[in-house]
Design a protein around this ligand. Sequence first.
Ligand code: C2E
Ligand code: CA
Ligand code: CA
Length: 254
Amino acid sequence: LEQNQFTVCYQPQVQLSDMKLVGFEALVRWNHPEMGYISPSRFIDVAENSKLIIPLGKWVLKQACNDISEWIHCGIFDGTIAVNTSGVELEYNDFVDDVFEILTDSKLNSRHLEIEVTESSLMHNPTRWLEILRKLADLGISLAIDDFGTGYSSLSYLRQMPVNTLKIDQSFIEELPNDADSCIVAETIVGLAKNMRMKSLAEGIETVEQCLFLRKVGCHVGQGYFFGKPLNKEDAKQFILQWDQFRKKLLDEF
Ligand code: C2E
Ligand code: CA
Ligand code: CA
């Protein structure tokens, strides 16, 4: 962090009904001067165990809010930025205050921010989360449950939590639309979200067939290499500027 080795990438999120670009997920990247690119799946665990995830998470949130705010204020984007958070970040008491301060400093309206929490982290400590999530919701921030379907959710907790989005885990999207079990699971999570007045988002969409299946069953938002890989700030800005062309092409094909 001190040596500026981290960057934030942005992966597009697309509303499946009309292919509108509605958001980005912020994903941290570590470019080590000797070891090269190190995947977050390797260092996030280490950062959590050493609690270094607290300053790192705060740094990512700040970058993401600043970048999105820039795009919003120059009039090219009006969607949300989803930022991953780890359970460790909630164990210290200033989390909600820090989020509020970052929103204020970056002049970003809270409706543009979505906090992502994994289902397993949420269900590991649901009472603590419930308290924090209610405070975040009071500020107008949305909440998405990441990797949904992999973490034994208690449906009674889920009902009490101010959740806006269920992110269907990539493992259920991979085998669509040929594997019957994956189809059932994906469609069921979409239905659960709908009945609980939440949005559903499918992660890891790589093919047109997956996209069409999810669109057919009423999944709200899609994210994955089919639409775009995580992009650095400059490329993400270009992506926004060029999206309408892609969008027209996609809608014509469908
Ligand atoms: P995640 O939150 O589930 O993020 C989705 C991962 O899937 C990302 O990996 C993304 O690059 C990858 N992905 C997206 N679309 C596709 C696709 O179509 N096909 C395939 N095969 N993969 C796709 P990434 O960036 O390596 O991040 C891995 C994990 O690290 C994330 O999983 C998240 O749990 C964690 N992470 C990343 N950035 C942060 C952060 O700032 N804070 C925290 N706490 N965790 C983070
Ligand atoms: Ca995520
Ligand atoms: Ca995920």
